[in-house]
Design a protein around this ligand. Structure first.
Ligand code: KG4
Ligand code: ZN
Length: 365
């Protein structure tokens, strides 16, 4: 029998407060009925990073409005929901707790089943929400807080092939922008500057390429950039527009080359699984970068894999991915209850060692 599920999702693990309603019949594609996201960029801009206490308070203040708006935009009420899904980690603990408490309150008041979702699973399952991609597929998560290669085998089965041992790429873009006096978020501003720059003028390192495997490291790039910037300033008394563009182009090219080579290796490992159709997908804000996207596309073409990227609004933090991951868990029979706890760390692949990199948005998995 076809089962149609309509699920309300909540997301508050970092600096976006989000609620969404997603519906799926088990024989059709999922449909995002609404997706509301309140960013907190201005609240944190004076501090040079996300302040966990400010984030948690803002989530607590905004979540109920967000839920009401998501329901209204979907033209539905809580009585039309089959379950409520909420990010239960990993992320900034105060924010995750705000979402979990809100979801528990709704669940207790309405009797709706509660489903705790791993935020990273939300990102990793998005290609199924948007394109109905079949398992197993290869996923690259690249954002300000995450960077890892995963093979998705099932709604809760992921193999982690590698990831960053320090900064995430988005974080490296943001720090680079700060060092060069460019506006935040750094990714888009560095990308714009890089367009008019010469990527060969400065020699940036290509971290960890000399080592086997799919692990990455990005923290050395900003140190290299700082040294180059300081040297130009010492020699010429300041940076010209061209200096800045060349630094951005060199930095971006180093990220592109590193991700390209590690993606090649990850695809080779994934192809050993013998997928019926090889599919590589990407999620996270850094997926918006044209140079990175183009490089990933051409590597996929080279390896005979299909490349797919969700629309940007579903690549960055949102609650539609949480509602959808909730639907997938619900279909497996998974249910949580009021004992659900918020987890600051929650690796998707329980068998791989914990990542030590903390990232600008707090400890991830
Ligand atoms: O996924 P996201 O919205 O939030 C999390 O980090 O979880 O990603 C935001 C990150 C920021 O670090 C931002 O600088 C980066 O994605 N980003 C980009 C671009 N657009 C956003 N990085 C490189 N190039 C871009 N065009
Ligand atoms: Zn995220």
């Amino acid at each position: 029998m076809v089962q149609t599920l309509t699920v309300l999702g909540l997301e508050s693990s970092c600096d976006d407060t989000a609620a969404a309603v997603v519906r799926q019949s088990d024989d059709t594609a999922a449909e995002v009925l609404s997706s509301v996201v309140y960013g907190q960029t201005e609240l944190h801009s004076a501090f040079g990073g996300v302040v966990p206490e400010i984030a948690a308070r803002a989530h607590a203040e905004k979540l109920d409005t967000c839920v009401m708006q998501a329901l209204e935009a979907a033209g539905l009420g809580l009585a039309d929901m089959d379950a409520i899904a909420v990010t239960a980690g990993p992320g900034l603990i105060g924010g995750v707790m705000s979402g979990v408490m809100c979801a528990k309150g709704i669940s207790a008041a309405t009797g709706l089943p509660l489903i705790g979702v791993n935020h990273l699973a939300g990102h990793a399952l998005t290609p199924r929400l948007t394109d109905g991609i079949a398992f197993p597929y290869l996923m690259l998560l690249v954002s300000g807080g995450h960077c890892q290669y995963l093979i998705a085998h099932g709604p809760e089965q992921f193999t982690r092939l590698g990831g960053t041992i320090d900064d995430a790429p988005g974080e490296a873009f943001d720090k680079t922008a700060r060092l060069l006096g460019l506006p935040q978020p750094g990714g888009p501003s560095v990308e714009v500057e890089a367009r008019t720059g010469d990527p060969k003028r400065f020699r940036f390192p290509r971290p960890l390429l000399d080592r086997p495997g799919c692990d990455l490291s990005f923290s050395g790039l900003k140190t290299a950039l700082m040294r180059m910037r300081d040297q130009i300033v010492a020699e010429k008394g300041g940076l010209t527009r061209q200096d800045r563009a060349d630094l951005c182009a060199g930095f971006q090219q180093a990220i592109v080359d590193t991700l390209a080579e590690k993606t090649r290796r990850a695809i080779d490992l994934y192809l050993l699984e013998g997928p019926a159709e090889a599919v590589v997908s990407v999620a996270g804000g850094v997926a918006a970068n044209t140079a990175i996207r183009t490089a990933l596309e051409s590597i996929c073409a080279e390896k005979g894999a299909r490349f797919t990227a969700p629309p940007l609004a579903l690549c960055t933090d949102n609650a539609a991915m949480i509602a959808y991951a909730g639907i997938e868990r619900f279909r497996t029979g998974a249910r949580d209850d009021l004992t659900l706890t918020a987890r600051p760390r929650w690796p998707l692949d329980q068998t791989s060692p914990a990542m030590l990199g903390s990232g600008k948005k707090g400890a991830k998995a």
